[in-house]
Design a protein around this ligand. Structure first.
Ligand code: NAD
Length: 297
């Protein structure tokens, strides 16, 4: 059992913190939002009045925040985590952010003699609630070894991706593949229908052929073939189109920073930007099939 300070108790952070409590850890926390603080307190998390207070006696700190700028602020501000956490604490950032911010914060932590990993997740809110997340971890081996048992209380898989920032790199690359593959499945389903081939038939065939991928067989964007996919519940997320757009933007920024050519990633980013701009931010990302097919959700 460890004393854990948890910053960012939103849609993902709260269920993750609940699982840490269930594993026997003592969790103190802070969130900017009143409702998030109230929900966390109701779940048994000890809410303190600021970031610094929430981590002042923590052995391990977890953060689950929206963007790189929030992570930089929470760690690097004058009254932030690095200034207030006891030396020797382990720092784990589970947010999905840009690689540069992840590396900058890790370098600042290392300069103060602290161990830090970036550990973004795959699995969404349902995975967070069920403690079945996949963690992609970047940081030194010794820090990974310390982080692994804490992360195991919230996930089913914990993979050491490499040095600082490698967890974010893995997450961004994975979700770029996901976005591109979802669009490819949507295009094929729309084309099949126009050619007089039932989408269910295409599913049956492609699921056993070389078009097979997760977006088809686990998350099919047409209702029917995969009963658990959001297509069967009015495209309620799941994984919101706004989140997919964020991850594709991070992938484009990362690609530009190293001069990597990602033409399909760029196209996927543009298509999801258009889909979001049409007011679909809150729908599941698989609902883009309607924009591609020219139909309404
Ligand atoms: P969220 O907006 O529900 O939660 C973020 C929380 O951080 C909010 O409650 C907000 O008030 C709090 N916050 C922001 N700035 C803060 C600060 N300075 N101090 C304290 N609290 C602060 O978002 P979420 O869905 O929980 O996502 C969190 C991260 O997880 C994001 O980086 C997201 O990309 C990633 N992620 C989300 C999902 C998902 O399905 N929701 C899946 C995988 C990864």
């Amino acid at each position: 059992m460890a004393r854990i300070g948890f910053i960012g108790l939103g849609n993902m952070g709260l269920p993750m913190a609940r699982n840490l409590l269930a594993a026997g850890h003592a969790v103190t926390g802070y969130d900017l939002g009143t409702r998030a603080r109230e929900a966390a307190a109701a779940a048994g998390i000890t809410i303190r009045p600021s970031v610094g207070d929430a981590v002042r006696d923590a052995e391990t700190v977890l953060t689950m925040l929206p963007e790189g700028r929030h992570v930089r602020g929470v760690y690097l501000d004058q009254e932030g985590i690095l200034a207030r956490v006891p030396s020797g604490a382990l720092l784990i950032d589970c947010s999905t952010i840009d690689v540069d911010s992840a590396r900058a914060v890790a370098a600042a932590a290392t300069a103060r003699g602290m161990a830090m990993v970036d550990a973004p997740v795959s699995g969404g809110v349902a995975g967070a609630a069920a403690a079945s997340l996949t963690f992609m971890v970047g940081g030194p081996e010794a820090a990974f070894t310390r982080a692994e048992p804490v992360l195991r209380a919230m996930g089913k898989a914990v993979v050491h991706a490499g040095a600082a920032g490698a967890g974010q790199a893995a997450k961004i690359c994975n979700n770029m593949m996901l976005g591109i593959q979802m669009i490819s499945v949507c295009e094929a389903m729309v084309l099949a229908r126009r050619l007089g081939l039932a989408p269910e038939k295409l599913f049956e065939i492609a699921a056993k052929a070389s078009g097979q991928c997760w977006s088809l067989t686990s998350y099919c964007p047409v209702p029917g073939p995969v009963p658990t996919s959001p297509a069967n519940r009015g495209y309620q997320p799941g994984f919101a189109a706004a989140m997919m757009l964020k991850d594709l933007r991070l992938a484009q920024e990362a690609a530009q920073s190293v001069g990597a050519a990602t033409p399909l990633g760029a196209e996927a980013y543009q298509l999801y930007a258009l889909f979001n701009a049409q007011g679909n931010e809150g729908l599941d990302f698989s609902a883009i099939i309607h924009m591609i097919g020219g139909t309404s959700v």
